[in-house]
Design a protein. Structure first.
Length: 454
């Protein structure tokens, strides 16, 4: 067999005692025949996996065998448990006489841990818009965990702005085979592979994993539900998830807890959505009850959409209906929980922002009830945005930057810090990384420590 590890390796969904390991066999990633995704023969393939405490696989070796099945495009999801909390591990796969690259992963901290958690937040990686150099720098930081807040792939036809072409499948995608090809295109990127191999990931989706700005069951047609089910299946096949799709649905909202420091509540703002609700009632109840009871220093919402009010001066609409400004009642109920240490991470808008969450966004004198950090984009190009005008119209927003990048964060017993890492260009490889701003919060507001923003 030719090298089947063309899509790299990954790990994710860390718990104190275990992680998921992932790979997908694909000897020819963009293979055209829908019956042979990844150019693989339509039969099961035995895959050996190994996990150890060191990169040479000599200490604490665990291993096993699993079958990669054509039904799930020869993806494998290995659940490893019985591990030590807050510990690094290394893993690799073997199939068809070939060995995969080695990945590093890490379990979540012990439930009683007070250790500082180091994590990164990334999003929006439109392939044709540019290189994933930001991921190369993220990988070098080896955080404890990486959160991805959506637009992992774009279903759209190839953009007019092409730094690097999508290749043989440039049209809008709608079928299972096409979603698989799109993921394969993205996952052949070496910097994305490096970021997955450097740390466990916890992902949530936004709209482009299925269709631009879709809500829930869309128009309710058979055709849309079939398309959504195909997209969810492909999403599952390409992420190290603990769950798998059932009847066209995929249970995505969940929490990942690190000691008594941080409760990361990962939200699904698409699947349960309709005109009346962003999250649906079950997810809202789960979130609010967790905000009330979570026994940690930081209650962290990990989700795609701009959470604070953002009034954009100029022609209407001045408030974007697809973001939380389109669901102000539900946002108010979440903020009314008055969770201490409330921190929201978001993305979607392809520019970086930071701000404070107010009890009443229309009253700058009202209580600050949390903070928000908006990641820019790994490669996706931003819309034309007058950042200064938006900052002036929204006193609770404190920071804007228009470069591509990611967030490098740490959450400790005293403070939570967020560094805005940026690259100056993505239209060629090799951009250095710089920190354009660093914020610190003790939970009562935002303090800017360093800034070189423009
Ligand atoms: Fe995006």
């Amino acid at each position: 067999m030719a090298n089947p590890f063309t899509l790299g390796v990954a790990s994710g969904e860390p718990l104190p005692d275990g992680v998921m390991l992932w790979t997908r066999l694909a000897v020819d990633p963009l293979h055209a025949d829908p019956r042979r995704p990844g150019g693989m023969s339509p039969r099961a393939v035995d895959v050996r996996w190994q996990l150890a405490e060191d990169e040479r696989f000599t200490r604490g070796l665990r291993q096993g065998q699993i079958q990669a099945l054509p039904l799930s495009a020869h993806s494998v999801h290995v659940r490893v448990d019985g591990l030590r909390a807050g510990a690094d591990y290394y893993y690799r796969f073997r199939a068809g006489g070939q060995q995969s690259p080695v990945g590093r992963t890490r379990t979540a901290d012990d439930p009683a841990s007070t250790r500082t958690v180091r994590f990164a937040v990334a999003d929006c990686q439109r392939y044709e818009h540019g290189y994933y150099t930001a991921y190369q720098h993220l990988a070098a930081e080896r955080p404890d965990v990486v959160f991805h807040v959506g637009d992992y792939v774009y279903e759209s036809r190839q953009s007019a702005r092409v730094v690097r072409p999508l290749g043989p499948v440039p049209g809008e995608i709608a079928k299972l085979h096409e979603y698989r090809q799109r993921y394969a295109r993205y996952k052949t990127d070496p910097d994305l592979q490096a970021a997955h191999a450097a740390a466990p990931w916890v992902t949530t989706w936004d709209d482009h994993e299925v269709l631009d700005n879709y809500r829930g069951r869309g128009d309710g047609s058979e055709a849309f539900l079939k398309r959504r089910a195909a997209a969810y299946q492909a999403y599952y096949e390409h992420q190290p998830l603990r769950v798998r799709p059932q009847n066209g649905n995929l249970q995505m909202y969940r929490r990942r807890t690190y000691g008594v420091i941080a409760d990361f509540m990962v939200l699904d703002v698409r699947q349960h959505r309709n005109a009346a609700t962003m999250l649906g009632s079950a997810q809202e109840q789960w979130l609010i009850s967790r905000l009330h009871t979570s026994p940690v220093r930081w209650r962290v919402l990990v989700q795609p959409l701009f959470f604070a009010r953002r009034f954009v001066p100029g022609p209407p609409p001045n408030l974007r209906p697809d973001s939380w400004d389109g669901h102000q009642d539900q946002r108010a109920r979440i903020l009314a929980a008055r969770a201490t240490g409330l921190v929201v991470f978001s993305g979607d808008v392809h520019n970086a922002w930071a701000g404070e969450l107010k009890a009443d966004f229309l009253d700058p004198g009202s209580a600050t009830v949390g903070v928000e950090f908006v990641a820019s984009a790994i490669s996706s190009m931003p819309p034309e945005t007058d950042g200064e005008a938006v900052l002036a119209a929204n006193p609770h927003l404190k920071f804007f930057d228009a470069r591509r990048g990611y967030l490098a964060c740490s959450a400790g017993p005293e403070e939570l810090r967020v560094a805005y890492r940026a690259v100056d260009f993505v239209d060629k490889r090799g951009a250095p990384v710089r920190t354009v701003a660093e914020f610190v919060t003790d939970g009562s507001g935002l303090t800017l420590e360093n800034s070189s923003s423009k």
